[in-house]
Design a protein. Structure first.
Length: 187
């Protein structure tokens, strides 16, 4: 029994000694953070570039935008298809029964305007989805570029109220001071 315990302890200590020697012997510099890789990750799967940049709090924002824009795109598409069906039905003066709530309420011109309205909104929603997708990739790239950026202790911005005394010539009356704001930036 003692031999088994001794053997297990030896086996547990060997990898620790090897890894400690290995880390001391081959101390590699950290790999640089790649903006290219962050961009490709975000293009492959939205939010993956933010995870690569360790900005996990941005991932829900990315998916909330995708979900919101996707909801409006699909909702407008559904309304567009319903208005299109009603327009075709009314324009062709069909007589068969149809379950479309727009039929009977609107004439053909109104249905055409409703159809065009929802079509325009649907297309705009898909364009916004593409812009959101691109913004996701741009955010990941910019964040990766600034990943190792060091803001030193010397950087400061001070905003203070300031009163400016206007310049007056000898002949003119003195003016009262003008209130303003002073911004001082130190690098």
């Amino acid at each position: 029994m003692r031999i088994v315990i001794l053997f297990v302890l030896i086996l547990l200590l060997i990898p620790i000694g090897i890894s400690a020697q290995k880390s001391l012997a081959t101390a590699e510099p950290p790999k640089p953070h790649s903006p290219h890789r962050a961009t490709l990750y975000s293009l492959a799967l939205p939010g993956l570039g933010q995870a690569y940049n360790r900005k996990y709090w941005k991932i829900p924002i990315v998916y909330a935008g995708i979900g919101t824009i996707g909801y409006f795109a699909l909702s407008n598409r559904e309304n567009y298809l319903q208005a299109k069906e009603a327009y075709i039905y009314v324009f062709n003066k069909e007589e068969y029964p149809i379950e479309n709530k727009l039929v009977g309420k609107y004439n053909a011109n109104d249905l055409r305007e409703i159809r065009d309205y929802y079509r325009r909104n649907m297309e705009l929603s898909w364009i916004l989805m593409a812009l959101w997708y691109a913004l996701n990739a741009v955010d990941a790239a910019v964040d990766a570029h600034l990943f190792d950026y060091d803001v030193g202790d010397n950087l400061s911005v001070q905003v203070r109220p300031n009163f400016i005394q206007p310049f007056t010539s000898v002949q003119s009356k003195p003016h009262s001071p003008i209130a303003g704001v002073s911004v001082q930036v130190r690098f």
